[in-house]
Design a protein around this ligand. Structure first.
Ligand code: 5GP
Ligand code: ZN
Length: 138
């Protein structure tokens, strides 16, 4: 089982933010900025291009809600979306995912480092509460 499937299966802890029937959102363990999350399909496929178009649209639907939530909760002035699809493009975990990276300040240029689970939980606490208390009906 891949590392993201283990997170979905609760075999590995993660700082969960939100989930739908088909999609899970949790904090990246090595965030490029505080609040960096990954949006992943529950079904294991290696790359986003292995999803059906319908599944890809469901994934993007959640990406959009996460972006809106980051604006509402953190008033972020900018965000980066990133999809690394295939080893040649820098993909390291071969379970399809989309990075949503809030930008409150310009990119530091420093390489991301591992952040403890507790710190990640704190970083996404308000975002998780937002989805728990006022889930977006899509
Ligand atoms: P990729 O380069 O494949 O697009 O990015 C994979 C991302 O998954 C990286 O940003 C990395 O920090 C993150 N990651 C890898 N292993 C784990 C893990 O066990 N838990 C969490 N939360 N993130 C992980
Ligand atoms: Zn998987």
């Amino acid at each position: 089982m891949c590392i993201f499937c283990k997170i979905i299966d609760h075999q590995i802890d993660a700082a969960w933010v939100h989930q739908t029937e088909d999609v899970v959102v949790f904090a990246d363990a090595c965030p490029s900025a505080p609040g960096h999350v990954l949006v992943i399909p529950k079904r294991h496929v290696e790359k986003v291009t292995d999803l059906s178009k319908e599944e890809a649209m469901k994934l993007y639907d959640v990406v959009f809600d996460v972006q809106k939530a980051m604006v509402d909760v953190w008033q972020v002035p900018g965000q980066n979306l990133q999809i690394n699809s295939g080893a040649i493009a820098g993909q390291e975990v071969f379970h399809a995912h989309i990075h949503v990276i809030p930008r409150k300040s310009p990119r530091s240029g420093q390489s991301p480092v591992f952040v403890a689970l507790e710190t990640r939980m704190k970083a996404v606490e308000a975002l998780r509460a937002y989805f728990n208390t006022c889930p977006i009906q899509s």
